[in-house]
Design a protein around this ligand. Structure first.
Ligand code: HEC
Ligand code: HEC
Length: 222
């Protein structure tokens, strides 16, 4: 009996410890500001590849008809505001909101123009988007990197997947082709990665690092 008790006590303690560990693990999973910034960049690009909430299927009411876009993709931030953040399809850019508090940005996302609800984005998603707009925007048109520095980064960080010539992943065009064809999108994706794809983002590093890498990738074979 005594033995039994002590065994169940041991089990109880073990369980308690396990629950404690689980609680620690879940609080450790709360995103840091770096993690949120990264997630915000991904959400801005193509949120429904990585969210679990509702995905509206109707055409976003703020999408200009002349853009000729319909359906769920019209809710992607990038489809209205662009990879240069200066606006697309006749919609204004978001550079004017750079430096606003994340809370102010979240209020914009919930306004009558945008209509993003808690069913679409959870609190972490809203905070991530808020942080991205507040702290993550750069002047893409004015970005000019140092290709020689970028080559060193490319060879140590990127070539393991893409190869030194950028051609190793065969289900996408060569990196040199993608970057020269859509440079703004490529810079955003070098900084934040591409939603739903196994590629690290560079957003925890200074933006200059990504810009140097981007400058170098423009010289890769197409
Ligand atoms: C269908 C088009 C559309 C989509 C999609 C869209 N927006 Fe907007 N956004 C607008 C329009 C139109 C305005 C200007 C009117 C307004 O502020 O209400 C605007 C304004 C803004 C502003 C304020 C800019 C300033 O200069 O103050 C921010 C910030 C912003 N949007 C962020 C986002 C983010 C982040 C997303 C994605 C979660 C997003 N928008 C998705 C159309 C869109
Ligand atoms: C762990 C592997 C991995 C690493 C490391 C990696 N990538 Fe990628 N990258 C991918 C995959 C996978 C894709 C998506 C391929 C697809 O769309 O089929 C991709 C896509 C891209 C794209 C295309 C984005 C677009 O516009 O669609 C570019 C550009 C790119 N990577 C550049 C880089 C650069 C520069 C680095 C280094 C900073 C890097 N990648 C590091 C795996 C990686």
């Amino acid at each position: 009996m005594i033995r039994h008790k002590s065994i169940s006590k041991t089990i109880a303690i073990g369980l308690g410890a396990a629950i404690g560990v689980a609680a620690m693990a879940s609080s450790a999973q709360a995103l840091t500001d770096e993690g949120k910034l990264q997630r915000g960049g991904l959400l801005y690009d193509w949120y429904y590849k990585i969210t679990e909430g509702d995905v509206p299927g109707d055409t976003h009411p703020a999408m200009p008809e002349a853009a000729g876009q319909t359906g769920k993709k019209t809710w992607r931030c990038v489809n209205c505001h662009g990879y240069s953040y200066t606006g697309d399809v006749g919609v204004k850019g978001i550079m004017g909101a750079s430096g606003k508090s994340p809370a102010d940005v979240i209020a914009i996302l919930k306004n009558d123009t945008h209509k993003y609800t808690d069913a679409i984005f959870n609190q972490t998603d809203f905070e991530s988007l808020g942080l991205f707009v507040s702290k993550g925007l750069i002047d893409v048109a004015g970005a000019k990197g140092d290709a020689a520095k970028g080559q060193g980064y490319f060879e140590t960080i990127c070539a393991v997947c893409h190869g030194k010539d950028g051609k190793k992943i065969t289900d996408m065009p060569p990196v040199g082709a993608v970057v020269n064809e859509l440079p703004d999108r490529a810079l955003h994706r070098i900084r934040f990665s591409k939603p739903g794809v196994d590629m690290p983002g560079m957003s925890a590093l200074p933006a200059d690092v990504a810009i140097d890498i981007w400058e170098y990738t423009k010289t890769l074979p197409k």
